[in-house]
Design a protein around this ligand. Structure first.
Ligand code: NDP
Length: 403
């Protein structure tokens, strides 16, 4: 299957190749200059850096569920820029907000739903895909409802708060004959993609060790952090919220999943933010090849980083999973070199259009529900390891041995 939903070079791209490409276009144009009439006139189709959107009737219609920070700041604008995807409906528990957001993004009021009326999407042929962007504890229930309405579902990370819920979501997709994707946007982020390609091609040499650290401050004065301090809603602390980027990223970048883990976690006593969920989580992962990785996550510092320690080169993504401004450098004791400087902004449209494309062309989802389940099983094993202070061994399907 062709996959043209990879991020394409943006206008902010700085790469020798595109500079050379522009130069040759300018030269070609110059030789034709004498033929251009001096008055206004039509000209041939220009070469575009970014392919134009498909005609509206070829784009898939998306309903976004939960109009919080991430949905409004990143998802809705990305749907406005996407090639194969368009926003057609909103689902919200706040009808006033939904009307305001609908007016801003051109959604008609007939296509506004509440959580209690989500099932009525079954009658709406303008909606092909439902994107769940609500707090973690509601992912499973809303996903199952969307499948019952006959829609395809993209669900935010973490997929759910337990592997049993993840399995229920996968079963619902199968029963409905629809596709399920977990929104791991780094798989469409150009620096992450390049690091994965470099490791895969052997450019880093043997990678026996990797490390990844994901930290961001937790501030319950912000509405989006209020549910993150509640275990029943968030499912856990920094590990499930941002440590999951380390877990998912390392498995992708190393091309294997761990078969044993040890872990510990810590919350400073007396801090009211951490009575239910952990602040700092650290773990060691052992892979079937023998490779090792360490991860840390935390709710104090602000840094998202991945290092792949090859015997030829160390690849460093820093930041690794930011919304914008990610960077990839390779280094050894003698030199450090930036590999790519490219906008990260189209990771969002890349992931949306990938899902629309695989639905339209009956392809394979790059980050399917099974991947989300795998990661939630790993999270369960890590919490077990941290609470028992014992190594936890994992089967190939990431269920716990003796578990
Ligand atoms: P917010 O709190 O900003 O938004 C969540 C929205 O969900 C709310 O605005 C509300 O929308 C709806 N909601 C339904 N029930 C509840 C409830 N009990 N408490 C709070 N909100 C509720 O959260 P985020 O946008 O930061 O996170 C939403 C999801 O997206 C999470 O799963 C998170 O892990 C994920 N996420 C993913 C990111 C990524 O990069 N992939 C980045 C950030 C978050 P309404 O009022 O419309 O009903």
């Amino acid at each position: 299957m062709s996959d043209d939903s990879h991020p394409v070079p943006s206008r902010r791209l700085f790469m020798t190749g595109s500079v050379l490409g522009l130069g040759s276009l300018v030269l070609a144009g110059a030789s034709d200059a004498k033929d251009i009439p001096t008055g206004p006139t039509g000209r041939p189709q220009p070469e575009l850096e970014q392919e134009p959107p498909l005609p509206a009737d070829k784009q898939l219609g998306w309903a976004v569920v939960g109009l919080g920070h991430y949905a409004q700041q990143y998802v809705l604008p990305a749907l406005g820029r996407a090639r194969r995807s368009k926003l057609t409906a909103l689902v919200s528990g706040n009808a006033d907000k939904a009307r305001t957001v609908a007016a801003r993004h051109g959604v008609k009021t007939a296509n506004l739903y509440g959580y209690d009326t989500l099932g009525r999407l079954a009658q709406n042929r303008e909606v092909d895909v439902v994107y769940i962007v609500t707090p973690n504890s509601s992912h499973a229930e809303l996903t199952v409802k969307a499948f019952e309405a006959g829609k395809h579902v993209m669900c935010e990370k973490p997929m759910a708060n337990s592997s049993a819920e993840c399995q229920r979501m996968i079963d619902a997709a199968r029963a409905a004959g629809r596709k399920l994707m977990i929104a791991y946007r780094a798989h469409w982020e150009p620096h992450n993609v390049r690091a994965q390609e470099m490791r895969d091609a052997g450019a880093l040499g043997k990678v026996w060790f990797a490390s990844s650290d994901h930290h961001r401050p937790l501030d319950p004065s912000r509405p989006r952090d209020q549910w993150r301090v509640k275990k029943a809603i968030a499912g856990g602390g920094s590990l499930v919220d941002i440590g999951i980027y380390s877990l998912n990223g390392l498995q992708w970048l190393l091309g294997e999943s761990p078969n044993a883990v040890s872990a510990s976690m810590f919350s400073p006593p007396g801090d009211p933010r951490f009575t239910e969920v952990e602040n700092v989580f650290t773990a060691e992962l052992v892979f079937p090849s023998g490779a090792r990785a360490t991860i840390s996550s935390g709710y104090t510092a602000d840094k998202k980083r991945i290092d792949l320690w090859g015997d030829k080169l160390v690849a460093t993504l820093d930041p690794a999973t930011a919304y914008e401004g990610n960077r990839l450098t390779v280094s050894n004791a003698q030199k450090a070199e930036e590999v790519l400087t490219e906008s990260s902004a189209e990771q969002f449209t890349g992931e949306l259009d990938h899902f629309s494309q695989v639905i339209a062309e009956k392809g394979e989802v790059r980050t399917p529900g099974e991947m989300g389940l795998r990661d939630v099983r790993l999270i369960e094993a890590l919490y077990r390891a941290a609470s028992t202070r014992q190594w936890v061994e994992l089967n190939a399907d990431m269920t716990m041995k003796n578990g």
